[in-house]
Design a binder for this molecule. Sequence first.
Ligand code: ADP
Ligand code: MG
Length: 294
Amino acid sequence: MDQAADLRKLAMGQQTMEDSDASSAQKSTRILSITSGKGGVGKTTLSVNLAIAIARANKRVLLFDGDLGLANVNVLLGIIPDHNLYEVLKGKKRIQDVIIQTSFGIDIIAGANGISQLANLPDAQREKFLEDLDSITGYDMVIIDTGAGVGSNVIGLVMPADEILVVTTPEPTAITDAYGMIKSIVANRQDKNIKLVVNRVSSAIEAKRVADRLISISAQFLRTRIESIGFIFDENLVQKSIRSQRPHVVLYPASKSSACVNHVAARLLNTNVQPESGGLGSIFKRLLTGRSDS
Ligand SMILES: Nc1ncnc2c1ncn2[C@@H]1O[C@H](COP(=O)(O)OP(=O)(O)O)[C@@H](O)[C@H]1O
Ligand SMILES: [Mg+2]
């Protein structure tokens, strides 16, 4: 935890991270996967801003970049990682070496590009990597920013999570693909906890229209209940903050889109979830063994 973030928390009248350490060390970690059917709908932007909003509520948050193709969590935070997961896989670094403590109050594991090689590792090396992952403890929440689409890599990171957040925009193609993603999740497991956020809306009414449509077709054709937990306005300042590589909840905390992110964070924190995922180690184990249930 760096000093700048501590000071900011203190200025906001909150406890520092260290204060919450003792109590969180014993608790199990809640794992939230953020995904979508279509790419470019705002998963990474939401993951980063939501992680910060949750951390501000005094939670220890680890944001894991699980987009195997287009990893860019660190880019949105203006961070150049010293080490990557590939070096961990190769046994050159420990997992602790790739956990980056940011000045935004969250820790991140950047670019997971190396993960696709995981399956090809010699057994001993793979075991060591998975053991290393199990040593990541003390977080209240791990947020996994996944890639888009229903490919096995994405589904593998989505299914073992305790909760899944599907992101869509009001575009018909994004809605159709979001439904495709929900369908794949339900095909793997009927009772998965699926939540929805509609990004880039121009009004609350538009958000409700999109959410209602997905909720009703999921109920009708998949017999599954999706819970809408908020929406984010389409705002230029979101793009401006991406260009300046500083999250909008930090750069424009009083903006409408930041208020929306805070609302989503509060909705998540107000829901009690009994973590069953068994942590990151078990998620990767399942990813490797191709077991997508949880
Ligand atoms: N709320 C928003 N308002 C305006 N533009 C947005 C918003 N959310 C995302 N964008 C735009 O969409 C682009 C893609 O977002 P990103 O988070 O990288 O999507 P994904 O991770 O789903 O591929 C961003 O670079 C930004 O230009
Ligand atoms: Mg992304």
